[in-house]
Design a protein around this ligand. Structure first.
Ligand code: AMP
Ligand code: ZN
Length: 117
């Protein structure tokens, strides 16, 4: 599935809905979370619509790597890489997934406790 008109993040990616974009290239887009849970809370998404980690196939290995490396690059740019940051993919309702287009949460800029809620 290339994109879905009823997917919020596909609509952000194609510019139908405005977001605070922090990075974009041909395959990956990153934007600030509208309801930030930390001083840095960025969502890194593949342009390709994939509903959740449960739908990943081997052909997605490259894009998942790019998403993860982009999170690390943004953490470095924000000066939080050395101190520490958290990256999270929530999968399905039990883990709190509310938008069914995979997105990596990048959280940092404050002390993060473990285990998460
Ligand atoms: P999850 O609960 O893991 O599916 O994460 C979805 C995230 O998307 C939440 O942290 C929301 O705050 C965030 N979100 C929802 N709508 C928007 C929006 N229009 N722009 C940016 N972030 C959003
Ligand atoms: Zn989508």
């Amino acid at each position: 599935m290339a994109s879905t008109s009823d997917c919020l993040f596909c609509r952000i990616i194609n510019g139908e809905i405005l977001a605070s974009i922090v990075y974009k290239d041909d395959r990956v887009v990153a934007f600030n979370d509208i309801n930030p849970q930390a001083p840095t809370h960025v969502l890194i998404v593949p342009r390709r619509h994939i509903a959740s980690l449960n739908e990943l196939s081997t052909e997605d290995d490259g894009i998942v790597g790019e998403v993860v490396r982009r999170a690390a690059a943004i953490a470095k740019e924000r000066g939080i890489a050395a101190g520490g940051y958290r990256t999270v993919f929530n999968t399905n309702a039990g883990a709190g997934q509310t938008v069914f287009h995979i997105h990596l949460h990048l959280l940092g800029g404050r002390r993060l406790t473990w285990p998460p809620g």
